[in-house]
Write a protein that binds this ligand. Structure first.
Ligand SMILES: *Cc1c(COP(=O)(O)O)cnc(C)c1O
Length: 384
């Protein structure tokens, strides 16, 4: 079992693909039937691994995929044909030809982009479907809603690029319901002003994971773009939890390198930011910021060994992290499994808690588990 045998690794991530499928089904069951599920799998499927994640989502029945750029989209095309694929980022001139080669749906935010792609499509003697993006308060991609009509007109004039969908992005869906309502209202009104649009035949979407907690059943939306939630991570405070029951599918693990006893007064790690207040048993864990344990966890985070939480002492280093195992009731030995994120026995460190220690957000933490960390996959059969 060489490739997938965790017993030979110093630091690894375990990903539960059956759990991914359960999460998907649970989210889908809370959405109105007409809602198309767009699985957002940018950035290597949020660090879970594009290949395995996308293959499983294809089998499990998502309607579309969305990625950040054409390079990510081409990877999906290699996994399986046929799924509509939206590129969420701006497409550079240098990337244009791949839109045609891989049959992708670009996001268009400006008249200039649309005209450029229309010229290109004419030259290639090809047609292109596109989604128009409207900025309703995110201040990133999308045409500012007050100018949207210019772009609607340009779509009307384009000969080779057709409008396949219209979307916007919510800036504070996780913590500002009032602003979210305002964004939704602007979005709907902007579309309504272009009353000649064949709205019924377009995909209209605004919701990310946090958005669907305020999903209005009678709205004009017929699609949602779900990233974080399908990986079982809550994008919003407990109080805003929607109906979907999802569980984390990502565990981050390492092993104890050595254990040793140090006397009271000994200093720990670079910069000597921790001085032992008692004689202590410490364990040196085989993972550091070179693997994705953020420096911010220095003197702050915890790990789980033998089902019990152990505080991190001193600075996290590139390859190693020092933890206090004095209070652990069993003997801690070299090779013992250390859970950095995930469940072990009765203890659990959720990604959300870990992200707070790191002064970060779940999305960034998942993107920060480095290439040095092999991803291993549990399938339905293995997890029983
Ligand atoms: C990343 C992204 C999403 C998914 O967001 P989650 O919060 O992870 O669900 C949706 N839409 C756009 C435009 C995005 O960039």
């Amino acid at each position: 079992m060489s490739q997938s045998d965790p017993t030979t690794f110093r630091c690894w991530a375990e990903i539960d693909l059956a759990g991914l499928e359960r999460n998907l089904k649970s989210i889908q069951s809370t959405l109105p039937k007409r809602i198309r599920y767009i699985a957002v799998v940018k950035a290597d499927a949020y660090g879970h691994g594009m290949q395995q994640t996308v293959a499983r989502l294809m089998q499990a029945g998502v309607d579309m995929f969305a990625v950040a750029n054409v390079a990510e989209a081409s990877t999906i095309r290699e996994i399986g044909a046929g799924w509509p694929l939206i590129v969420l980022g701006a497409t550079l001139k240098e990337e244009e030809s791949q839109l045609f080669e891989y049959d992708l749906i670009p996001t268009i935010s400006t008249v200039e982009e649309l005209e450029r792609l229309d010229v290109r499509a004419t030259r290639e003697n090809a047609n292109l479907k596109a989604h128009m993006k409207i900025d309703t308060g995110m201040g990133r991609l999308g045409i500012w809603h007050e100018y949207a009509n210019e772009l609607f007109q340009a779509f009307r004039d384009a000969s080779r690029v057709s409008l396949h969908g219209i979307y916007t992005h919510l800036a504070s869906a996780d913590d500002d319901p009032e602003f979210t309502r305002r964004q939704r209202k602007i979005f709907i009104e902007t579309i309504a002003r272009a009353d000649w649009l064949p709205v019924e035949s377009l995909l209209i979407h605004a919701d990310n994971s946090a958005g669907i907690s305020t999903f209005a059943p009678d709205s004009i939306y017929n699609a949602a773009r779900i990233g974080l939630l399908q990986f079982g991570i809550r994008p919003y405070p407990e109080s805003m939890l929607g109906n979907a029951e999802t569980t984390p599918i990502f565990e981050f693990k390492s092993r104890v390198g050595i254990t040793k006893t140090l006397p009271k007064g000994a200093s720990i790690s670079y910069g000597r930011t921790h001085i032992l207040e008692r004689e202590s048993r410490i364990a040196i864990v085989c993972a550091g910021y070179g693997d994705g344990v953020p420096l911010q966890l220095s003197n702050r985070g915890e790990v789980i060994i033998h089902g019990q939480r152990c505080p991190i002492l001193g600075r996290v280093t590139m390859d190693q992290t020092i933890v206090d195992v004095t209070e652990i009731d069993q003997t801690v030995a070299s090779g013992d499994v250390v859970t950095i994120i995930g469940r072990q026995g009765d203890s659990e460190i959720r990604l959300e808690e870990f992200s707070e220690w790191a002064d970060s957000i779940s999305w960034e933490v998942l993107c920060s588990v480095t290439k040095r960390v092999p991803r291993i996959y549990r399938t339905a059969i293995q997890s029983g």
